[in-house]
Design a protein around this ligand. Structure first.
Ligand SMILES: [Zn+2]
Ligand SMILES: [Zn+2]
Length: 261
């Protein structure tokens, strides 16, 4: 198993010449070229940090979140590295029910995590199965919605990828509800708006219709807070922020603000 040095997704050996995820129009292969790393090589300069974002939710590294419910936990957007210390942190919060990524850019070393956690299921949106660089019996395909535990459910929204998903945790934010999102619903650095893009590094927007569709789909869920990757958070009134951001996105895409350009 090797890990792409750019996107940190695991691949079976022999690897393709170039990582298909990085070579796609949404990402990029660096000018220095494709590099593959072993976990041992990554161990030399990687140490996973974690912090409690709120009771029951532990942020691990730059992207992962562990949602711990009384019934067990979900490891969301697993990072592209794993070591014994990180495994101890995760298992210290109780049994892991499943691992799931918001979309293929966040697959990380999900099967390595699964292996280290005792073979827990890795939930992959069926429509994105072609992006797996590695597969095993632990992979379970799903579509639509998938309950992980009582009060903890995955919802496929599409957008950034057709299989893009969010995790809805109704016990989060003091019972007001939390969404864990990836790039389809991206909390902006100003912490009070959300972006809807096909590509972030290469700046390809989703349409206004898709932004509105996602906001409408998620609008039926109860939530007050959104955690994105890279510690971007909408701390409160996130449902209103999501709706308003989708309307703003659609308005710009439609040309309502062309007089400002
Ligand atoms: Zn890659
Ligand atoms: Zn992405």
């Amino acid at each position: 198993m090797l890990v792409c040095a750019t996107c940190a997704v695991e691949y079976e050996e022999p690897t393709p010449a170039v990582c298909p995820i990085c070579d796609d129009e949404r990402q990029y292969v660096p000018a220095s070229g494709q590099r593959w790393l072993t976990l041992d090589e990554l161990a030399r300069d990687h140490h996973i940090k974690w912090k409690e974002n709120e009771p029951g939710l532990i942020g691990i590294g730059q992207t992962a979140q562990l949602v711990a419910t009384p019934a067990g936990s979900l490891l969301w957007d697993p990072v592209g590295y794993v070591d014994d210390k990180a495994v101890d942190v995760v298992l210290g919060r109780g049994p892991v029910l499943a691992i799931a990524a918001s979309h293929p850019h966040m697959f990380g070393v999900q099967l390595e995590w699964s292996h280290r956690l005792g073979g827990v299921p890795v939930l992959v949106a069926d429509t994105d199965r072609g992006w797996l660089g590695r597969t095993a019996a632990a992979v379970e395909f799903w579509s639509g919605s998938r309950t992980v535990a009582e009060g903890l459910t995955l919802h496929q929204t599409g957008g950034h990828f057709p299989g893009s998903a969010v995790a809805h945790w109704d016990g989060g934010a003091n019972g007001k509800g939390v969404l864990l999102t990836g790039d389809s619903v991206f909390p902006n650095p100003n912490r009070r708006s959300i972006a809807f893009m096909r590509s972030y590094p290469n700046l390809i927007p989703l349409s206004g219709a898709v932004a509105l569709r996602i906001a409408e789909q998620l609008g039926v869920l109860e939530f007050d807070r959104i955690y994105g990757n890279f510690n971007n958070v909408i701390a409160s009134e996130a449902k209103t922020v999501l709706r308003d951001s989708a309307q703003r996105h659609a308005a710009w895409a439609r040309g309502d603000f062309d007089h400002l350009t």
